[in-house]
Each structure stands twice: as structure tokens, then as C-alpha cells.
Design a protein around this ligand. Structure first.
Ligand code: MG
Length: 358
């Protein structure tokens, strides 16, 4: 009998490393080779597991209902659990609300599963739950069910929060919908979350100028979803939140999935001076750093200004900018044009410069 050996393109290791959770190529290999290859049924609607989008859809077909609901899930581990301007509770709600929003879905309900080590202080626990509530209240989404597990201190050093979100979209927005000519909008300054977290963690002096951007974006995103072309199709062609791996990883993923190239203008990418100088000192690239309150939006060119001004009218979108456009050249690649006229590729980060960031 011949045994078929599946080709595994995993890094040269037999155990999970931190890189496998970093949002880069190692994580993609883990998902592709060990998860997707071993799950038979991967879809229940138009967007399934293989799409590796922000979430998936479930089709509901009965005699009087033909709809697709959007489902997403995310486990949040972050160090430290309280950081400038936010905490793991706000992150756990915002992350899941944003994944629904990125697919054009209004959040209908959230679930919350918590794993917490023995010895975790009850007042801290309550503070986190209250913070989750504040973020959920901001977008009016109820937290309807949950689960709590405790584990020995030796097995876990801090709290893990999983949130699952259920939403409803009039038009499901994908991360693969970019066409040549579409403008690329970033809804605000990039690199704030990861940089502030790393600075806070390392105890650097400049941390006061750096705050995380963690925010639930639905109230802003719902303002731009109704902007439509004359034929009724949405002006927005693609959307994704640049979390782990930052702008670099997210734009590369959108370019690859959409089979188009993306050209960025370096000068138009909004980055706070405090973030760029901190990144320089820390030796990290702000384009590779996680964001938790930003969206990358692809828009049909003729509606880009309207989408931009609408975003800017919301506090979370006040620094929104058109940073580039989709092109037929170099499909699957992201190119950045510098202020001096030179060009370079923006590569997919291989690992995360900052682990345990979301
Ligand atoms: Mg996402």
C-alpha cells in the first residue's frame, strides 16, 4: 500500500511558535496546511472558511426568508491587559464588532467566552466586564450569552476573552473586491495601537504621547455603506481592518485576493509624529504594526471624495485619507511611492514585531 504524504509548507519546526499567531506567512501556512486541509465542510453561505475573510456568512433559506447572516469570532490575548486609553475588554468587543463591520454587517449580538487563571483579582475582572459593556453600548449591541472557565495559574498567566459576533448585511462586503482604479482609503492614523502597547510595555518615556486606537467602528462604517453608484451597487468595493501585521499585511492580503496591484503614496499615509518617532527608536515599521480602530476601504474612484468626507465627519474618521489606488500592474503586490519619487515593494511581514497585541 502506498501512503500519500501531504506536502507541508510549514516552517522547519514541529511545535507551535509565536510566529504562528503573528498574522504573517507562518500563520497563513498553519491555517492552510493544518486547518483548511483537515476540515471537510467549510461553507454555509457565500463566504466560507476558505475565504479567510473577517468573518463568514450563513445562508438562511425558508419559505418566507432568504438572507445571509454574518458570523465572526476572535480570541483576545494582550499584554498588558490595561494599556493607554483602553483594555482587553474594549478590545474584545471592538475587534469582533469591527470584523462584522468590515463585511458590511450591523452587529446584532455578541457572545463572550472567558478563560481566566486562578488568582486573578475580582475587581480587575469586573473592570474588564464593565469596559466590554461600554464598548458594546457604544454601538448598541447586546452581549447575549457566554462562558467562563478557570484554569490553574501554572497553565495560564492572564485572561483570554473570546467574542463571537452575529450580524446582518444588506450587501456583504469582501476583502477581495478591489478592481483597478479603486481608491484606497485608510480611516485614520496607522500604527497607534501596536506602538503604544510596545512603548507602554517597555516603559519608555514617550509613552504618554502614544495611545491605542481601540474602538468599535460600526457607527462610522454604517455612514458610508449607503453611498451607492447610480446602478445601486455599493460605492465600497472592499474592506478590511489592519490588525495584526498592520497596513502591510492587510493590503497585501487584499491585493492577492483581489488579483490586482496596489500603489500607495507614502506621503498621504497618516502617521502621528509620536508614532513614527517611537517606531524609529524601537526599530519597527509603522506599516507593520497592529491597529484596532482603523479600516482600509476600497472605493470606486468617483465616490472616493464622498466616502472620505463622510468618514471625516465621524470622530473615529477625522484623519481619514486616500492613500493609494488599485492597479492592473504587479497583481498581488503592494508598491509604495516615496516622497522622493522612488518605489519599493511593501512585503508581507514574516512575523509580528510585537507579540500579544490583540
Ligand atoms: Mg479583521
Amino acid at each position: 500500500m502506498k501512503i500519500q504524504v501531504k506536502e507541508i509548507t510549514m516552517p522547519n519546526t514541529t511545535t507551535i511558535t509565536m510566529e504562528h499567531g503573528a498574522g504573517g506567512e507562518s500563520m497563513q501556512a498553519l491555517i492552510r496546511d493544518l486547518i483548511l486541509n483537515n476540515i471537510t465542510r467549510k461553507s454555509s453561505g457565500t463566504v466560507g472558511l476558505e475565504s479567510l475573510d473577517d468573518g463568514a456568512t450563513v445562508r438562511i433559506e425558508t419559505d418566507n426568508c432568504n438572507a445571509e447572516i454574518v458570523v465572526t469570532t476572535d480570541s483576545h490575548v494582550i499584554k498588558p491587559i490595561f494599556f493607554p486609553d483602553a483594555d482587553i475588554g474594549r478590545l474584545a468587543v471592538s475587534g469582533t464588532v469591527n470584523d462584522l463591520a468590515m463585511m458590511g454587517a450591523a452587529p446584532l449580538a455578541l457572545t463572550c467566552a472567558i478563560v481566566v487563571p486562578e488568582g486573578f483579582e475580582l475587581p480587575v475582572f469586573e473592570r474588564i466586564i464593565r469596559s466590554m459593556n461600554t464598548a458594546a453600548e457604544e454601538v448598541g449591541v447586546p452581549i447575549i450569552t457566554g462562558d467562563t472557565k478557570t484554569i490553574e495559574r501554572s497553565g495560564l498567566d492572564s485572561i483570554i476573552i473570546n467574542t463571537t459576533g452575529v450580524g446582518m448585511a444588506e450587501n456583504v462586503i469582501r476583502d477581495c473586491g478591489l478592481s483597478s482604479g479603486d481608491k484606497i482609503i485608510v480611516t485614520g492614523t496607522v500604527g497607534d495601537h501596536g506602538t503604544s502597547l510596545l512603548a507602554h510595555r517597555e516603559g519608555f518615556d514617550f509613552e504618554t504621547a502614544l495611545v491605542s486606537d481601540v474602538a468599535p467602528l460600526w457607527n462610522m462604517i454604517k455612514m458610508v455603506l449607503p453611498i451607492r453608484a447610480a446602478d445601486g451597487t455599493p460605492a465600497i468595493t472592499a474592506m478590511k481592518d489592519p490588525t495584526r501585521g498592520g497596513l502591510a499585511a492587510t493590503l497585501n492580503e487584499m491585493a492577492q485576493k483581489s488579483k490586482i496591484g496596489i500603489v500607495l503614496n507614502e506621503e498621504s499615509i497618516p502617521i502621528k509624529i509620536s508614532v513614527s518617532s517611537a517606531c524609529e527608536m524601537l526599530g519597527i515599521d509603522p506599516l507593520e504594526v497592529a491597529n484596532e480602530g482603523k479600516a482600509i476601504i476600497g472605493v470606486k474612484a468617483e465616490y472616493a471624495e464622498k466616502v472620505l468626507s463622510t468618514l471625516r465627519s465621524h470622530p473615529y474618521g477625522k484623519d481619514a485619507a486616500i492613500v493609494g489606488e488599485a492597479t492592473t500592474e504587479d497583481p498581488g503586490k503592494v508598491i509604495i511611492k516615496t516622497a522622493f519619487g522612488s518605489k519599493r515593494y511593501v512585503d508581507v511581514p514574516t512575523g509580528d514585531p510585537i507579540p500579544r497585541v490583540c
